[in-house]
Design a protein around this ligand. Structure first.
Ligand SMILES: C[S@@+](CC[C@H](N)C(=O)[O-])C[C@H]1O[C@@H](n2cnc3c(N)ncnc32)[C@H](O)[C@@H]1O
Length: 227
């Protein structure tokens, strides 16, 4: 369900930086925020790790952190494994080919990152169940860093122009990218995302990043989740 096709992995890393304005900055900020909140040995849950980009950034910031990387696409996970190995981080990352339900440990993680995953999940209970699943696996007060594409108003012509400048092999033309955002993605309103987070048990929500169509939200696991 929603797993990227294996073939998508080959072009993913080249394309994502040309599709999401500020993608690298968003990941750098995740590293900075977690550095301020965690220290020493800790465990970080990364559902939808894709090709492992957030792990590579955060691992540098937190040298004693260990990761559980969850990813349903074999192609994406293989590339994550390869990149993590090249960076000399294999000992610190456990890979799970599947979904959150395949990670049994409840309350075992000191933080979680969810980067560019939630907008692929429909708001028919699927987003809520996913966030509740993340919350259940976090210890009390553990931070969640969410990078999402919510349904916010933004300067569409600025995004179109940015995409035009970035355009290159394998990247669809700007209008196709924007149409995909508008028609294929499940972009919930920011208020709805806030409600889903609160219902899942996350408090102290704050924005740490915002660009053309993308928002980074930090929150803390506080309340028992409803699901
Ligand atoms: C746009 S990529 C993001 C990858 C990475 N987190 C990043 O920021 O570059 C979305 C990833 O989420 C995975 N995915 C889709 N649905 C998922 C789910 N329900 N649970 C976990 N991962 C999922 C896809 O296979 C894909 O690799």
């Amino acid at each position: 369900m929603n797993a990227f096709p294996d073939a998508a992995a080959k072009i993913y890393d080249d394309n994502i930086v040309r599709l999401v304005p500020g993608y690298a900055l968003a990941l750098d900020l995740m590293g900075s925020i977690l550095t301020a909140q965690l220290s020493g040995p800790c465990r970080i849950l990364v559902p939808g790790c894709g090709t492992g980009s957030e792990i590579l950034v955060i691992a540098k910031c937190l040298p004693e952190a260990r990761f559980v990387a969850v990813e349903p696409s074999v192609g994406m996970l293989d590339l994550a494994r390869q990149r993590v190995g090249t960076a000399g981080l294999s000992e610190r990352v456990e890979f799970v080919c599947g979904y959150l339900d395949d990670v049994g440990e409840q309350g075992a993680f000191d933080a979680a990152t969810v980067s560019l995953v939630l907008h692929f999940l429909p708001d028919d209970g699927t987003k809520q169940a996913f966030l509740a699943g993340v919350a259940q696996r976090l210890a009390p007060n553990a931070p969640l860093l969410l990078l999402d594409a919510p349904n916010i108003a933004f300067d569409e012509s600025a995004l179109r122009q940015w995409l035009l400048i970035q355009h290159g092999p394998g990247v669809p033309p700007p209008d196709a990218v924007i149409k995909r955002m508008q028609t294929l993605w499940h972009r919930a309103a920011p208020e709805r995302i806030a409600e889903l987070l609160a219902r899942a048990g996350f408090a102290e929500q704050a924005t740490f990043f915002q660009t053309l169509g993308y928002v980074g939200t930090s929150a803390l696991r506080r309340l028992p989740s409803v699901d």
